[in-house]
Design a protein around this ligand. Structure first.
Ligand code: G6P
Length: 616
């Protein structure tokens, strides 16, 4: 995935400190190596190293003066994390330097061709071919006119296949960064003193809130006084900037040890922000401004396909249970990485809903683009305003959860569940949901934030349970119906941040396999609120107990009937069945967090993972 940041300033500055601060904000996108490059009067100063930004920092001369800075934090795809594979990459003579986020699919044939022309490669990456391509097209036209540089980048872009966000600099152009985008995100920030480029607006908040997003297959010439955006065919594009509303505090830990802890403690607020101004409780209605333009079309939709990846996929599964039972709408949930290559038949009464925190996940975005070809209505449930998925879909709903920094998604997951409840009301009342049912769902939804806060009050107890169990190497998570996807989410979260093997299963399916694993060393975490499948789940717990399995149970407060079965009980407040996932998931997020901390891991940046996966 990788993070890119850079700027061009009016006057030469010692900007490496600013660069590193911004890159640290992007470390969630990848953190296995780091590099920077600065165009100085004496040529390009650049340094790169395997490891986190802090590893590179001591090697940098922070007094270097320049007007053009680019930097990169990497998540390896081609070539292992090492000094030579870190970005920036150079052409043969180091005059051209590039940083890249994405995958160049045809790099092997290009590399072969360029080697045939005498280019010498120094890394194992796909990215390096781009620096050599630009060098090749620029040839000897190293005059000071930007148009030569621009043309060389444009011709190079036309030769490559795949996903990219590039920033390219050249020693002879001390006031220019050329950027280009296809699939991977890239935006430009505007201020009076400088122009910025970044993979995510959170890297820009200290400098500016005025941003312009590049679209796919666009290129921009960024100088302190000029911004020229054009297509690969050189058709110029005029685009107005938009304002980012996120506060800077949202990207600080503000007293918490980790972003993950902070973000779990923000879950009540995330639900408040998702539902604010969107409920008319007395009418049992949901108001979703982003869907107004397609309200009529939605009335005739007979089938909804939800697509998403990772945690967002599990929120889609909860959405399926909500929408089918309460809105009477047939739903299927497809992983983004599968849907894009599946040849499912769709009729014009189907609609697609893509769910994504970042709005940039390549597989989810790829599915939208495929499905759009069939003419289907596409919707987005997205947290990042202005992101690719938000722009690619016909209409949608924003989470308004604020930035989420920890790689493992927590507050946005719960916010997605809240939006699915709103969507159930919206689509349900368009269909057969009664006003009374609408009123019940709406009023219960408004109570969820307060109930989440009472769960947070028991975080000390949840921490104690985590301390008792963090040395176990395997866990089984079980849930049924609305809480089946929560079992999947609980297992994923534990895997991600504690590296403990965990399986999420439907409680009813446990006897078809996982039960064989159970003994006194293989504990289960069972989600068993007092709901329509409670008695069935209790029978499943009996089966675990009979095999000496230890059981941690999440159930509704006041339910004292499980003491004989449970080794530990975590209570959630009462709510209607449909909304229980919004409460049962919080103890699981806390358990995963504390176990990860007790195991000594960097829970915000789990090994091998990245928050925004913009490659396939
Ligand atoms: C990555 C992250 C997950 C996230 C998934 C989907 O795998 O590590 O936490 O759920 O991407 O991301 P999205 O931004 O589309 O929700």
């Amino acid at each position: 995935m990788c993070g890119i940041f850079g700027f061009v300033s009016k006057k030469p500055v010692t900007g490496i400190g600013n660069m590193l601060q911004a890159l640290k904000k992007l470390e969630y996108r990848g953190y296995d190596s780091t590099g920077i490059a600065v165009v100085t009067q004496k040529g390009i100063y650049s340094q790169k190293k395997a490891g986190r930004i802090s590893k590179l920092e001591p090697f940098l001369d922070k007094k270097v003066l320049g007007s053009v800075f680019i930097g990169h934090t990497r998540w390896a795809t081609h070539g292992k994390p090492s000094d030579k594979n870190a970005h920036p990459h150079f052409g043969c003579d180091n005059k051209i330097q590039i940083v890249h986020n994405g995958i160049i699919e045809n790099y092997k044939s290009l590399k072969h061709e360029l080697e045939g022309r005498g280019h010498r490669f120094k890394s194992d990456t796909d990215s390096e071919v781009f620096a050599h391509l630009v060098e090749e097209f620029l040839g000897r036209k190293n005059g000071s006119e930007i148009r030569y540089f621009e043309e060389a980048v444009r011709l190079s872009l036309k030769r490559i296949k795949g996903a990219y966000a590039f920033a390219v600099i050249h020693q002879n152009y001390p006031k220019v960064i050329i950027v280009a985008k296809n699939s991977s995100p890239l935006l430009i920030g505007l201020s009076d003193q400088a122009k910025y480029i970044a993979s995510d607006p959170i890297a820009l908040l200290r400098h500016t809130r005025k941003v312009i997003y590049l679209n796919d297959q666009e290129l921009a010439i960024v100088t302190p006084d000029q911004l020229k955006i054009s297509t690969l065919q050189n058709k110029e594009i005029l685009r107005k900037y938009q304002e980012v509303s996120w506060s800077e505090d949202a990207v600080r830990k503000t007293g918490f040890t980790h972003f993950m802890e902070k973000e779990i403690f923000e879950e009540p607020e995330a639900v408040e922000n998702a539902i604010r101004g969107r409920l008319i409780v007395s009418q049992g209605l949901a108001k979703l401004g982003g869907l107004e333009s397609v309200r009529q079309k939605l009335e005739s939709v007979k089938r909804l396909i939800i697509t998403a990846c990772g945690t967002a996929f599990f929120s889609g599964l909860v959405g399926e249970y909500m929408l089918e039972e309460f809105a009477g709408l047939p739903v299927e949930v497809e992983s983004g990485s599968e849907l894009r290559y599946k040849r499912s038949p769709f009729d014009d009464k189907s609609a697609l809903l893509a769910v994504s925190q970042s709005g940039e996940t390549a597989d989810t975005l790829g599915s939208i683009k495929e499905i759009k070809k069939t003419g289907l209505l596409t919707l987005g449930l997205v947290n990042t305003v202005g992101s690719s998925i938000a722009r690619e879909t016909n209409a949608g709903v924003y989470n308004h959860a604020g930035p989420e920094i920890s790689v493992a998604s927590t507050k946005v997951f719960i916010s997605q569940l809240a939006v699915f409840a709103l969507l159930t009301l919206f689509l349900g009342r368009q269909r057969s949901m009664s006003k009374n049912m609408g009123k019940l769902i709406a009023s219960e939804l408004t109570l969820i934030p307060r109930k989440l806060r009472t769960i947070l009050e028991s975080s000390v107890y949840i921490k104690r349970v985590a301390r008792k169990y963090f040395k176990y190497n395997n866990f089984l998570f079980l849930g049924r119906k609305f809480n089946y996807p929560i079992a999947l989410e609980g297992a994923l979260k534990l895997k991600e941040v504690s590296y403990i093997h965990a399986e999420g299963y439907g409680a009813g399916d446990m006897k078809h396999g996982p039960l064989a694993l159970i003994d006194e060393n293989f504990p289960s975490i069972v989600i068993a609120p007092k709901d329509s499948v409670y008695d069935k789940v209790v029978s499943n717990m009996e089966e675990l107990k009979a095999r000496k399995g230890k059981i941690i149970i999440i159930t509704t407060s006041g339910n004292k009937g499980l003491d004989k079965l449970a080794d530990e009980v975590l209570y959630i407040p009462k709510t209607i069945e449909m909304l229980t996932p919004l409460l049962t998931v919080m103890p699981l997020h806390l358990l995963a967090y504390y176990m990860g901390v007790f195991r000594g891991h960097d829970v915000d940046k789990p090994r091998n993972l990245a928050k925004s996966v913009t490659v396939e």
